[in-house]
Write a protein that binds this ligand. Sequence first.
Ligand code: CIR
Length: 262
Amino acid sequence: MKHRSYQFTHALCREPAQSVTQGLRLSDHGNPDPELLARQHDIYIQALKTAGVIVNIMPAREAFPDSVFVEDAALVLKGAAILLQPGAASRAGEPEALLEDGTAYFKSIVKPDLGGPIDGGDILVFDDLILAGLSARTSAAGAEGLAKAAAEFGYDLRAAQTPPDILHFKSHCSLLDHQTVISTPGLARSGCFDGFKVLTTPEDEPQGSNVIRVNDYVIMSAEAPQTIDMLRAEGFEVLPVPTTEVAKIDGAVSCCSLRYSL
Ligand code: CIR
């Protein structure tokens, strides 16, 4: 049977730093509480384990307040990590930190010259197709650079547009299965998911659109109750996890892990 893009054997996370209080944010909702964030991160890791993956955890990196959001530093295709070029200056060293701390966890690790910035949060991976949302963190040049790197693994890459005023493409959409996405209504209207089945979140619950489908489970924010009910009614096995602290610095469930198969 074809290997699906939501089937994973492994996940890689990073312990949150105490400096997470300095994490970047588009608007201020107060600093995250590092202790509570760490407890919520543990619950998240437990959910990944329930979904059947082996979770490896790298040590905290105090020099990088946002380094718990490990998804932005690399894209893993077929077990091989492609180091990315984060678009925020304070995060530029995170791929190097991943190289130092994480190399042993992948089949291989490459550092291509991407020619421009691109964050993992802007990259949505289907079975053979990648959508890359152009944003303040991801340039057309970065997406083109990644297209070349991803082609070597058999993926086509299509650029899309991250909606204005949000951080990342995946702040407003996620994969539910190989032919289904969940999206905010606004992003769905842009037409970037033509050819896919699209479920839309309620207008007042955009936080429901960032989920991770991991094997038979959908891990998502407990702070999206209407979307949880909707996905359960659609037959998905949902594992809600608390995300109040990462949400204060524009984080959500997808950014806290790299998921892949070995
Ligand atoms: C940042 O602004 O880079 C972090 N505070 C949040 C990153 C979230 N990453 C993601 O959704 N992939």
